[in-house]
Design a protein around this ligand. Structure first.
Ligand code: DC
Length: 224
């Protein structure tokens, strides 16, 4: 029987996780799971229904009830059947997602959903705690990073906001993600650290595919 493969990619904001995880999943025929989009979807639902980021009980309920789906073969994220792919990318949603991701009960609910996805199929899952908490036994763990200046330059190119504002937002979000008590962003001890500073997407993709293929045999987990 072929074992399911779990590729865990963690790292700070704008390190290139989403772009690379999506490309690698497509090359290997695995399911791509963007866990940041799941925190963003719950944050969007909370903002729309005027649930305060301090209302832990209601937020836990939203996280539990949220039906979050990734439409195969597209980049679409569905929340309770609605395509929210664009809505969850608004800057205020990034901030709210980082806030609600500090709440242990919200994390518990979303981690539960993430593990269920990993049980159904081979996945490339990216986020902040995938190798450390969600799948401590992942087949391959990658910690993707880049120098802060390069990360804010990359994000600024995709944004209408001034570069200094983007840099400040990323800095603040990283600080919050790294210092929270519950599942902070950390590199798992057995994760491979990949610094993408100065590398093209193609170069990083080739390096990651090699890492994954070295640990698996033709996309199947090695048994020896
Ligand atoms: O990767 P992203 O920027 O879409 O993530 C949005 C926020 O969600 C981010 O600030 C931290 C949080 N997050 C998390 O705490 N754990 C994850 N596995 C993924 C994202």
């Amino acid at each position: 029987m072929t074992k399911r493969i779990t590729v865990a990619i963690d790292g700070p904001a704008a390190a290139g996780k989403s772009t690379l995880a999506r490309r690698i999943a497509s090359k290997l025929g695995y399911t791509y799971v963007d866990t940041g989009a799941m925190y963003r979807a719950v944050a969007l639902w909370a903002l729309r229904t005027k649930v305060a980021v301090s209302d832990m009980h209601r937020l836990e309920q939203l996280a539990k009830e949220a039906r979050i789906e990734f439409k195969p073969g597209t980049n679409a994220v569905l929340l309770n059947g609605e395509d929210v792919s664009e809505a969850i990318r608004a800057p205020e949603i990034a901030g709210a997602a980082s806030e609600i991701s500090r709440i242990p009960a919200v994390r518990r609910e979303l981690v539960h959903k993430q593990r269920a996805m990993g049980e159904q199929a081979s996945v490339v899952m990216e986020g902040r705690d995938i190798g450390s908490v969600v799948f401590p036994n992942a087949t391959v763990k990658i910690f993707l990073d880049a120098e802060p200046q390069e990360r804010s330059d990359r994000r600024a190119r995709e944004s209408a906001l001034p570069a200094e504002v983007v840099a400040e937002q990323i800095h603040e979000r990283d600080r919050r993600d790294r210092t929270r008590n519950e599942s902070p962003l950390v590199q798992a001890p057995d994760a491979v650290y990949v610094d993408t500073t100065g590398l093209s997407i193609d170069e990083v993709e080739a390096a990651l595919l090699k890492l994954i293929r070295d640990r698996t045999s033709n996309g199947k987990e090695r048994t020896n």
